[in-house]
Design a protein around this ligand. Structure first.
Ligand SMILES: *[C@@H]1O[C@H](CO)[C@@H](O)[C@H](O)[C@H]1NC(C)=O
Length: 496
């Protein structure tokens, strides 16, 4: 239905404009809802954290942003993202204080929640999204799907811009993932167009906005290394990219490069080991298996934090090695994006200290593959939003959650005709899986869990998501090794 409608708009050359306007309208509507920690003193939630960083960056010297000082109490929402988030907070702080200085007054503004300041805060997210993620999405669609029809391009764009999990986390819950994800998306677009230096700089910007972008780094690393081996002077090319990466980091970290302690101080804020192997209920391997009645799986009890970090690191790297090996040997544009998806899922499932919102990282490459493997994102996006439901419902997002899930299902199904028929098992398993989602929602709404299992509802939702994510990552790994490149197929045909 939606794809057909886009088709009629595409014939009048207005499909892309329509998708951008729809994406803005939906963001405005989601923004009418509540947000993380609304009216909940003394510490509130992510909204207050972001507002507090504007206050700190606006009123204290840059060298002190990551240090405990009389003005900067790190126990109260100390900055724990890399410097680009701090600079972004500073810019947004200037914007907010131009209209309502009290909203970001030093120390006087804790828990400041006037209607006008909430509107300004929502505007900072919307502007970031429109200025960073929107152009990145359009660039990517043109770079990767340039040869496709207008309808298909507009549909791919609507999948990138209207996937429910990102909408709800940024414009509902309140964060700025659109910036770090937007830079990663732009980096992929640049590399696909063979602007490898520009792509490397953009990916460093993403890493320096949120360290979680590391989830996608193995794919960029393997792809760029594989491409370097195809050049006439591989070593020179690797050194060139290495210098670019170091230079970008140096510029962004400049205020903290005066001493080793200053660097380590920022670093210690970015890797808070003591927060443990996972937080809350998350649909990853460690949290899900620890709920099984098996003593060996009680990770938090059995492993010290250091041992858990080492085990998680080793498992994550192991899960990434197969696709990396393949991509280094045979780099391809699709291999880069598929690699982002596999490494995003591997990090989400196995790495240390994963948060439910981290599913946004593998979701980005899944949406990028919209025209290549539509079924992946048709399926993954609603399941990912579902796996975050325990978090969203705490923020008062139940209504926006239902509305954006339904809207997404209408947009994604069916995809534009001619994308290749989805296989039979998908046509059976997908509706069955959605019925499972509805059944769990209804159960959670009308049944009370037994007293000894107070977290049963959240556990059911995350475990359900976990099963889907594991099956997907196994399937993708299989696919990496069985799908031959076009070249190989041509060669085989010639031989036979
Ligand atoms: C810092 O913030 C925490 C949490 O809000 C509070 O408990 C603590 O008293 C504060 N410390 C100082 C020195 O103000």
């Amino acid at each position: 239905m939606f794809a057909r409608f886009l088709g009629s708009l595409a014939r009048q050359n207005v499909a892309v404009e329509f998708v951008f306007l729809l994406a803005i309208l939906v963001r405005l509507l989601v923004g009418l809802s509540s947000y993380s920690g609304a009216g909940n003193p003394p510490t509130f939630g992510d909204y207050e954290a972001q507002r507090h960083w504007m206050e700190i960056t606006l009123h204290t010297p840059v060298r002190e942003w990551y240090s405990e000082t009389p003005q900067n109490n790190l126990t109260y929402w100390g900055l724990d993202y890399p410097p680009l988030t701090a600079y972004q907070s500073y810019l947004h702080g200037l914007f907010v204080s131009a209209f309502e200085p009290e909203a970001v007054g030093l120390e006087s503004s804790r828990g400041y929640e006037t209607p006008s300041s909430k509107l300004l805060m929502r505007w900072t997210v919307l502007l970031s999204d429109v200025l960073v993620f929107f152009p990145a999405a359009w660039w990517f669609v043109r770079a990767y799907y340039g040869g496709r029809s207008g309808t298909e391009q507009a549909w791919a764009l609507s999948i990138l811009l209207l996937q429910p999990a990102s909408l709800l986390v940024d414009h509902g819950h309140f964060q700025y993932n659109c910036i770090s994800l937007g830079f990663a998306l732009a980096a992929a677009a640049a590399i696909i167009q063979e602007y490898e230096v520009v792509g490397s700089v953009l990916f460093c910007l993403s890493l320096n906005h949120k360290q979680m972008s590391m989830y996608l780094a193995p794919a960029f690393f393997a792809h760029l290394l594989g491409r370097s081996f195809q050049k006439r002077r591989p070593l020179l090319h690797v050194i060139k990219l290495g210098v670019i990466v170091i230079a970008t980091f140096a510029v962004l970290w400049a205020p903290y490069l005066s001493s080793a302690e200053a660097v380590l101080q920022v670093f210690s804020r970015l890797a808070p080991l003591k927060r443990g192997l996972w937080e809350d209920h998350v649909a990853n391997f460690w949290c899900t298996t620890s709920m099984l009645p098996v003593r060996a799986f009680k990770w938090k009890k059995r492993l010290s934090v250091e041992a858990a970090a080492r085990l998680a690191g080793a498992t994550t790297v192991t899960a990434c090695l197969p696709f990396m090996w393949n991509e280094i040997r045979r780099p391809s544009k699709q291999g880069l994006i598929r690699g982002m998806l596999i490494s995003g899922l591997a990090f989400f499932l196995f790495s240390f200290q994963v948060h439910e919102k981290s599913i946004l990282l593998p979701l980005l490459p899944a949406t990028m593959l919209a025209l290549d493997s539509p079924w992946v994102v048709q399926w993954l996006a609603p399941i990912a939003a579902f796996s975050m439901f325990p978090l969203l419902v705490r923020d008062g997002q139940a209504l926006t959650y239902v509305a954006s899930q339904v809207l997404y299902l209408l947009i994604a199904n069916p995809p534009p005709s001619g994308l290749g028929d989805s296989c039979v098992w998908f046509r059976l398993a997908f509706p069955a899986s959605l019925i499972g989602v509805v059944v769990i929602h209804l159960g959670a709404l009308f049944l009370e869990p037994p007293a000894q299992y107070p977290y049963l509802k959240a556990a059911a939702m995350t475990s359900y998501g976990f099963v889907h994510f594991v099956l997907l990552v196994l399937y993708l790994n299989k696919k990496v090794f069985t799908s031959r490149t076009q070249l190989e197929r041509t060669l085989e045909k010639k031989e036979s």
